[in-house]
Design a binder for this molecule. Sequence first.
Ligand SMILES: *Cc1c(COP(=O)(O)O)cnc(C)c1O
Length: 429
Amino acid sequence: MLYKRSSALFQEAQQVIPGGVNSPVRAFKAVGGTPIFAEKAKGAYLYDADGNKLLDYINSWGPMILGHAHPKVVDAVVEMAQKGTSFGMPTEIETEIAALAVSMVPNIEKIRFVNSGTEACMSAVRLARGFTGKDKIIKFAGCYHGHSDSFLIQAGSGAVTFGTPNSPGVTQGTAKDTLLAMYNDINNVAKIIAENKNEIACIIIEPVAGNMGCIPPAEGFLQALRKLCDDNNILLVFDEVMTGFRLAKGGVQELYGVDADIVTFGKVIGGGLPVGAFAAREEIMNHLAPLGPVYQAGTLSGNPLAMAAGLAMLTELNQNAEIFDSLAQKTEYLHKGLSKVMIENNVAHTINRVGSMISIHFSETPVTDFETAANANGENFKTFFHGMLREGIYIAPSAFETWFLCDALTYKDLDKTIDAAATVAKQLK
Ligand SMILES: *Cc1c(COP(=O)(O)O)cnc(C)c1O
């Protein structure tokens, strides 16, 4: 495949956009090479600026669970655009999508819409602080909750004490209120809580992690977190920006039967338009302005085009809930096929999978947290990524990202993917 036009567009973009991209992971830094510029997409396939056709396992990083340019979503947006694109006034469709979301997800009574997952998580933490009157939060190494200051924190020298910022511009003052814990290590969480008695407002977690590759919660881990939160008057925040309306109608709360206090959404809920949301029981949500003292606002929040796309998406999922099972079966099929070709070629690997999320780490040991993910063979991943791309298969350009399957993928597409992996596996060490 040739990327002449993409390369030229990337050159031009770099003149006027930092790094040529509006979100860093698009730049292919982790795997090298030039990012591919998209032209259009339909169903399971992307078409780039050079006219190449790629089978897409990124799906806009999660939102396109039905496949690209789904007619119901597109029609809803076009129809709404003709009536106007923003009013700055309440609209009926906001109530419609709110009622539908609340009916699909367990344990939430009210929901507020924002414009991104970042905004949703940032607002959820402010609400948790306002509700509990406490300042500190616990987050897990390797979990991503958007780019707001409180979340850009990593551990200082292995010891899990006060976080240190991992981006310039995040102040020490902010960092000191974010405590870092190890994913899937409940004793570690208990210790941090004991050391910060009555200071922790919330624990925020990706209840199935997707930002260090796919990492499922260990058996009983989420239940144990729930208990720790109950015993210590801490709110449990499930960041379901990736998993919400993807792993089940009701997300991880439904799939694992664990209740969160606040849930955040993004990606699928917007049907491919910029939408985030956060939700909780009424007692908590009523702390938000204009009812309560916790301030949160947005000029374009609840934007009619975004709500139209989101409502079309959620309606389709709600009416066809068999999609979740069918996606999980396709993902299992892919898992088995990929495992088989890796084993045949003696390539050390771990594949993690939950529902329609799957990732491969070139690791000899199980991948259960950030450390084990980071210890995998990065060179093999680069070779795998570029090899798959040559075969027309577009997977995320980093081992720290999950692949997403969409409903438009056929078993023929999956076989094509497995065949491609068989070719590429021969080049792996
Ligand atoms: C993508 C993501 C976010 C951030 O959402 P944006 O819309 O990119 O701001 C937050 N949390 C999780 C788990 C995500 O996957």
